[in-house]
Design a protein around this ligand. Structure first.
Ligand SMILES: NC(=O)C1=CN([C@@H]2O[C@H](COP(=O)(O)OP(=O)(O)OC[C@H]3O[C@@H](n4cnc5c(N)ncnc54)[C@H](OP(=O)(O)O)[C@@H]3O)[C@@H](O)[C@H]2O)C=CC1
Ligand SMILES: CC(=O)[C@](C)(O)C(=O)O
Ligand SMILES: [Mg+2]
Ligand SMILES: [Mg+2]
Length: 401
């Protein structure tokens, strides 16, 4: 009973927090359930081992994370003062990482194919041809820390062009374990005499940039594949901070790429799209209007309930919904789990055995790959659910002043 009353009082504080903007909602600190006080010691907080490194308890496992407090701007500037960072590619990551490095005062240049989409974007964002914007080859030549942020297919296709410039003493940096892990398909082998590292922001390059501008940071995964200098780990931590990361989590190239490919095909992008569509279609088939089906499927999820999960976890979101909703969700979640578990197992296998890689490489190396992706996105945009969504979004009070 006590915990029920406590839950109700949380529900009230969360309800008022829910009216605040998302950022302050996330920060709103309300006491947890009374039951939480008796939680096992396993949930206890961190042991600070040394400055900049923390060993934390993640659900019962100890893991090390690195933090940016150990890398203030002056240290970054001094540590990388003799380095030229060449960012190859100017997609979402080239944009986010390149601009954050530049704003942090590091010596950074961009390399993209001349007069392509990325070249034009880079020029529009203040990169100057011949000064800090070059062809891919020129940039790879000039840089001693080379960020390979081309598309994963282009990393395979252009490797023979780039490889001659990755000479001993340089650092080769990726934001994905893809090229190295699937080297049987990409033919990207770690060159001799070169540190090979990874820093993979766990989110879009667009978010990496906006959070940096807001003085926040996106968490990233880091890994070292080849350490020739003996400093590869320290360097990638510094680089991770310099691109605007918050905390850095340790992984391996293989673990990063397996989890990333599963995540984006699964919950983050593929599964969420499939689940939204399925529920919307059932509601529509039962005679609900497009706005009702959209509001009950997408709008409420993105505007109300998912931010609550982000703020304080699944139980917190449940606790802030009616007991009717909680009862039903607790009963039905197992059915969704059972239905999707085999799909996730298939997905993991398809990632691990290289099928997903093969498909991404085949499709995204076609000359018209962008146009065909755009056609598929157009189809989503034109479908009823997302057309209904456009109208619903336009009616959010903040968009309708
Ligand atoms: N998107 C994200 O937020 C995340 C991406 N990553 C990883 O970061 C890396 C970069 O990804 P992302 O930023 O999304 O970029 P994209 O996958 O969108 O790739 C964009 C870059 O690749 C270039 N490119 C593609 N094909 C060619 C080609 N044949 N020749 C020359 N250049 C080519 C494009 O140039 P042009 O415009 O001239 O075609 C563009 O600059 C990838 O390894 C990705 O997996 C990691 C975390 C998140
Ligand atoms: C943004 C991100 O981390 C993804 C979804 O894995 C990607 O864009 O590849
Ligand atoms: Mg990712
Ligand atoms: Mg990815």
């Amino acid at each position: 009973m006590a915990s029920r009353a406590a839950a109700r009082s949380f529900a009230r504080s969360a309800a008022s927090a829910a009216r605040a903007p998302i950022a302050s909602r996330v920060l709103a600190a309300a006491p947890r359930f009374a039951a939480r006080a008796a939680a096992p010691a396993v949930f206890s907080s961190s042991i600070q081992q040394s400055r900049g490194i923390k060993t934390l308890n993640f659900g019962g496992s100890q893991e090390k994370v690195y933090e940016r407090s150990d890398w203030p701007k002056e240290k970054l500037l001094d540590y990388f003062k003799n380095d030229t960072i060449a960012v190859l590619g100017y997609g979402p990551q080239g944009h986010g990482q390149g601009l954050n490095l530049r704003d942090n005062g590091l010596n950074v240049i961009v390399g993209v194919r001349k007069d392509g989409r990325s070249w034009k974007k880079a020029v529009a964002e203040g990169w100057v041809p011949g000064k800090n914007l070059f062809s891919i080859e020129e940039a790879a030549d000039k840089g001693n820390i080379v960020f390979n942020l081309l598309s994963d297919a282009a990393q395979r296709d252009l490797w023979p062009t780039i490889k001659p410039y990755i000479t001993p003493g340089k650092t080769l940096y990726f934001s994905h374990g893809f090229a190295i892990t699937y080297k049987d398909q990409t033919h990207v082998e770690a060159p001799q005499g070169v540190d090979v590292v990874l820093c993979a922001p766990k989110g879009s390059g667009a978010t990496l940039r906006t959070l940096f501008l807001e003085g926040k940071g996106l968490n990233s995964s880091i890994a070292v594949f080849q350490d020739v200098s003996g400093k590869a780990h320290e360097r990638v931590v510094g680089l991770g901070v310099a691109i605007g990361s918050g905390y850095l989590y340790e992984t391996t190239f293989e673990k990063e790429v397996y989890s990333d490919l599963v995540g984006e095909r699964g919950i983050l992008m593929g599964a969420i799209n499939g689940l939204f569509r399925a529920q919307y279609d059932v509601l529509r088939a039962q005679g609900h209007s497009p706005s009702e089906a959209f509001n009950e499927t997408v709008e409420e999820a993105t505007q109300s309930l998912i931010p609550l999960i982000g703020a304080k976890g699944m139980d917190w979101m449940y606790a802030n919904c009616s007991v009717t909703a909680q009862r039903g969700a607790l009963d039905w979640h197992q059915k969704f789990y059972d239905a999707s578990l085999p799909v996730f197992k298939d997905l993991y296998e398809s990632v691990k055995n290289g099928s997903e890689t093969k498909r991404a490489l085949d499709k995204n190396s076609q000359p018209d790959y962008r146009e065909s992706l755009e056609l598929e996105l157009e189809e989503i945009r034109g479908s009823e659910i997302w057309r209904a969504g456009e109208t619903v979004r336009s009616l959010r009070p903040e968009n309708n002043k």
